[in-house]
Design a protein around this ligand. Sequence first.
Ligand code: ADP
Ligand code: MG
Length: 845
Amino acid sequence: MSQETTSKEKQALEIIHRIKAAMDFEIKHQYINAIGNTGDFRTFIRNECRKAVLLYRDSQNWQSIFVLIDRYAFLDLPSRMNICKKVIHILNDLEEYYSSEITKEEITKPLAVEEEIIDPSLDISKLDIQYFKGVGPALAAKLNKLGVETIEDLLNYLPREHISYSEITNIKDLQIDQDATIMGRINRISAFKSPRSNLIILSIFIKDTSGQIKINKFFQGNSSHFYLKQYNAQYPTGAFCICVGKVKAEKNSNQKTIHNAVIELISDDFSEEDRSDKAHTAKIVPIYPLTEGVSLLNLRKIIHKALKLYKNNLHEFLPDFVISKNNLIAYDQAIEEIHFPSSLEMKNRAATRLIFNEMFLMQLRFMQLRRHYKKDKQGIKFNCFENGLVDKFINALPFELTYAQTRVFYQEILPDMVSSQPMHRLLQGDVGSGKTVVAFLSLLVAVADGYQAAIMVPTEILAEQHYKKFTEWAQALGLNIGLLLGKQGVKVRREVLAGIKSGTIDIVVGTHALIQESVEFNNLGIVVIDEQHRFGVKQRELLARKASQADDRQLSLKNDSKESESKNNISVEKLFMTATPIPRTLTLAIHGDLDMSEIDELPAGRKIIETKIVDRKADAYKLIKSELDKGNQAYIVFPLIDESETLSAKAATVEYERLSKTTFKNYKLGLLHGKLKDDQKDKIMQEFRNKELDILIATTVIEVGVDVPDATVIMIESSERFGLAQLHQLRGRVGRNDKQSYCLLASGSSSQTSRERLAIMEKTNNGFVIAQEDLRIRGAGDIVGLKQSGLSDTALQGLVDQEELLVYARNSAKQLVDTNPELEGLARLQNRIKQRSANVMANAG
Ligand code: ADP
Ligand code: MG
């Protein structure tokens, strides 16, 4: 086919050259309709045009030349001049188009003729890219930087996106509200500081052959100079770029602009090759993430070549039934189509298959882990539940358990604990839903049977709080509670460690100090991990390992009684709790190895926390005062500035001093931040709890778990800097009893988007809804725990766009494990899983 096209285009070019020669002749003779070897000028042109029209039947251009020239002989001189000018213009365009078609053919040709025979059993994950024809050591070094070391890596180096030329719009043709892609050069950039706010506006002017457009980007900051310098480097004048986004009219003028534009620089060779025919073809080309010294065209060529040679070395690793059941395309086909799609539909199917791969492998790994917990390990069969400890505690509680608390404890946790399989359960529940009580009940089950229990929390403030509450609860039960923190004095610590070792301490509350080397239990039965999303993956992994490996003395069952002979197989019960409710599918992606429980109800009498965006600080202070005057308490919270607790501590301190002297001089204020000494932190928290302080000015150290029931108002400064989920956590510090509570969102930015985001907080108190919104706005990459899941960016995006795919992948994984638990005869699949979990561990950080 390509052969034919080429010659067709070559013929057309020959026609153009003949007509141009005749034009020259005619012009030289002053437009007299000169007579040449084959008749007059007009007839000659008409004959040539006819040939061209036969080649390109639907070409408007050739037809218009035909029409233009038709009446040539009957017109006056100026009209003849005009016609010649027009015809030459059209011919020039046509000439450019045909020649570019031909060059393109020639560019791809050497790739097409390469015909080597490669043994399909050759393992391409062992073929160093350096020795691939056309690469060599210099380019290989650059590719290595992109993580591409082998042929397999190269084929799995996926395009960031594709551009379909039919989708590129001329700047002058942009329509309001269109999702547009434009392509052009950066003409200039400029930056200035908005007079009204702390905002730098960076304007990037992009130009194509049809016009120019200004694109604004906004940054928080003071020095426009600084940003201009930085962004001059990022968007160099003259650079060729692609820009994608929604077309909008600028607020103060009628100019069109592109909102939230994504601007990507592309190399020049890209443009030379592909630009000329953008309107004419529907070709879809891949755009790869690049590094310095690797051009897009070059990378595309290498990948193209590698695909041609090694496609047969891409082996299917999914069982047939998984492929057919989920209507997937084959693995090799998916790789080929993701690079060079034959159509948009195939591109999408390829992406789906590749995302499915990752999700399936992840879920299969989870299933194996589950099997390992459940089948290979023995749990403790707790049986002393009848001794009355649990009932005694419940009867002494000043409130009734909610239905959800009761259900989760009696129907989900308790059966796990009395069964011979160890518990691995995740307990989700919105802020304030009362997870602590359920945790304590679970700890009691173990204690009632003569075991020890531990709860691990992410902050010292929270550890102190649980310790206090547990001590209070335990008094009537005659139990001994211990507290283990990282920075305790040597003497205190030694005492606690001794109590844990000898067994005099029944329940120990601690930070991650609990999983340190020196902690030895007498006979640990259960570990609860509170706010588990706040722990690093590594810590979690460490805990899981320590808690299930009895050789490790820590957190393990070190006892001399009946279990000792089968020690290595005994695993303590584990309950993970999280207050970050995330959509169910995401839970599966992070915690697919755990059983799930959910407290989906708040204690009775809770009022909806009234949430307001603060327009005038004075109004906010007025509300705070009126709450304080009713005997309630307030928080004022400062965000983390530039990832630095020092800076945020400073901001909080300044405000503390200002407010103590001015607005709230008649009240008692406390200051709490991460830079304070531990005993200092303790003292302040204690004073706030005891109502010796009215207002607590704090950094986000109070974010998780803090429970002071009389606090009814929280004001959050620079709230636009927080993620929605975090705001929801902070808001959960109030509304912890039946009083009406308030959350005030102050914001340093008046931008529309940040206001829209905050408005979601005004609208709903439901953590699940907020998590969903966060996911929509910020993407899956920002959800805690997902980054470490080992999923690629594409798959993470897939979790947002193709939620159901994860469920399919999980179902298929389950079906496979149910029928073939050891994955017999599926060596390729086993290899993939191994590879994957190695990668996840390497990236756990
Ligand atoms: P979270 O789920 O956010 O950890 P907590 O366990 O800290 O919530 O509980 C929040 C507050 O609600 C605490 O003061 C707790 O004593 C109280 N609480 C827990 N369960 C109930 C209930 N069933 N009825 C009334 N108050 C409850
Ligand atoms: Mg809690």
